[in-house]
Structure formats: C-alpha cells, structure tokens
Design a protein around this ligand. Sequence first.
Ligand SMILES: [Zn+2]
Length: 220
Amino acid sequence: MAREARRRKTAKKRLSPAAKVLGAFLVLILIGLVALRVLAWRGQRVEGQMTTLVNPWNSSEATEYRPQLTTVQGVQVDEACAQALQNMLADCAFEGNAPVLDAGYLSRNDLEADPTRSREEDAAGYSEHELGLAVDIRDDENSDPASSATLQWLQDNAWRYGFILRYPQGAEEQTGVPYCPWHYRYVGESAAAQIQQLNITLEEYATMFYNDSAEVVFEK
Ligand SMILES: [Zn+2]
C-alpha cells in the first residue's frame, strides 16, 4: 500500500495537471503551424502548376502535372479549371453566342488513335490536352473561325476566367504551333490577366516569371 501511494505521488510530481494542459496546448500549436505551412505550400504549388509549360520542346510526361478529371458538358477536364470553364461557357452563351465544348482532356492514347488530330497542338506526348487544362471550343452557329462571334467573345473575355488563347496569330515561332482560334488553355486568373495585358505567349510568360528549378526548354 505504502509503495503504491509513493508511486502515485511520484507520478503526480512528474506531470502536474497544469503541465499536461500546457503540453497539450503546445502540441496543438505545433500541429496548427505545420498545417498552415502545408496549406500555404499547396497553394503556391497549385498556382505555379497552372502555368505548366507543354509545347513541342517540353513533353507532358516531363512535367509533374497529373490531372484530377471531372466532367463539364460531357467533356473530361482537370477539376482545377472546371468551375472557371463552366462560368465562361455560361457567360458566353448568355451574351447570345453558341459555344460548344469539343475537347478537353485527351490521353496520349486518345491522341494517337484519332487521325483527325494531326496538328502540332495534338502531338501525342507534347499536347496540353494531356494536362486536362486545354479545351477546344467551337461556335455551334458558325464554323468559320474568322467570323465566329463565339470565338471573338472568347478572344476578348477568356482571360477574365483564367483562360488564354494559347496559339495566337503570328506567334508560331514561340509556341511551335500555328494559329489556332479554338484552343484555349487555363493558366489561372492572375497569369491570364498578365498574359493578356502584356500581349505575350505562355512561352514568354514562362521566361519572364519562372523562378523555380523546373527545367523548361525553349527553341533557340
Ligand atoms: Zn486543342
């Protein structure tokens, strides 16, 4: 009995209730700090990844981007751009246009198996469609891109939703892909605004703003 009492007394001495509370409090603070750090890191990572560069010199497989697929209008896209895409298509239609989502995510096999996809933008292994962040949009009422009200609206407004016209006229030397009025790429709102305002390509944007160790190759 006496020994038991002594043991209890010793244990009590070792860790008082106040110390226990303080200990638990410190552990909680530590967990909170780690969680905040992880969240902040995730945020930076996601924002940086939206501008992942894929072009004829940078393969999709060399990037770390792996899409999480969801569906918009029956077309698979990465969930990072799904809400913005839905909003953009809805607003475009609300303005009296007839946008139709023709393609979004395409796997390497999809690209290889489809003989109609022979343009540079569709080269298997080097296509943005493999990221799930690129979409092809057409005008349901006008198949001529030059006079399409839908494509004109997109050219003026897509950046507000975080999308850019990826292969503009006269930029083939930088992008490696001829003018392509229907192909839009999600890069996130801030990058899209900068690219629009500076009137530059994603390649030029990457040159100006890349500050991590990602290996990006540019045509000399
Ligand atoms: Zn495309």
